[in-house]
Design a binder for this molecule. Sequence first.
Ligand SMILES: *Cc1c(COP(=O)(O)O)cnc(C)c1O
Length: 384
Amino acid sequence: MSSPQQDRSFATRCVHGAGEPDAVTGAVVPPISLSSTFAQDAVGRQRAFEYSRSGNPTRAALERHLASLEGAVHGFAFASGLAAEDAVLRLLAPGDTVLLSDDAYGGTFRLARQVHAAAGLVVRTTRLSDTDAVARDWPEGTRLLWAETPTNPWLRIADIASLAELAHERGALLAVDNTFATPALQQPLALGADIVVHSTTKYLGGHSDVVGGFVATNDDDVAARVGFLQNAAGAVPGPFDCYLVHRGCRTLHLRMERHSANAEAIATMLSDHAAVAEVLWPGLPDHPGHDVAARQMSAFGGMVSLRLAGGVDAALRLCESTEVFTLAESLGAVESLIEHPGRMTHASVAGSENEVPDDLVRLSVGIEAVDDLVADLAHALDRC
Ligand SMILES: *Cc1c(COP(=O)(O)O)cnc(C)c1O
């Protein structure tokens, strides 16, 4: 991993991530290469690309860029975060166990339990924020430990370095869904994880205008298999989508800094507001995962959850009373969003052990002027 890219600071890699300007035209931005097929010099003698499912210049530029940001040798772009997760779960054989966080992304549960379990995968869950408990209750046959940190919408923190050590001791791989933190704030491979997955739909794209996924790894065997699956199953992103994610990543470092700073101001205001019973943000010193987060993250991110003293009525009223925060699902873009997980993003887990209480509201704090965001929430809370 001694490419000159890796010697440069993170911010420089964000801006210059795809490498040198185009060799032929000098284009500073990787061109959107729409061609589905590429001329060959002789029968069976192809140039760099052959057919765009197998490889495409715009996708290759994005893959180099994102791999560089995660400090990875290998990177693979997918059509969505779930397509990326699907490729990683396919590393396992029938009868193997995947151990998921008990508050993993809902789509991850659905994929594991309703798609891969039918093909023989054993799916178990645990509370990953307690490494000792994970070690104690470790299911026999676990080949993959799947962590998400911070989690959604609880913002619980898992200790990546200690989970990596545990997984390797027990003969398993550790995959980390790094969607919430992004490589700007947290680099799981450097902490010992084997695989990083992303929904690039969120902070990496950053503008709510593209759906995509990504897998990064330094493990050559994992890379060979994921690369094979990317082509064999074919859940690849189109060139225009790759361009959008690449464009988003060029400002990732600045956006994550502002998301985190705005979230801090909001978490502080919420902590002092009488209508708020509890604030969940790992940057608060009394958050149970604060010390681990401070060790493995460079800032605490833009996702904040809160529980309302006035229960579900207050939570619903808050969601419908903001003006700068837009009531919508998804997260991680420049604009601030507010949502009610119990009735929106997490409605499908109602009645299960993963049910989200109905007094909880989730914020995706954007990069607007912090005073406008604080005033908007404070004003809406006064009506709760
Ligand atoms: C959105 C999300 C996913 C799924 O990604 P898609 O791009 O919607 O398929 C996976 N993990 C996390 C943490 C997410 O927020």
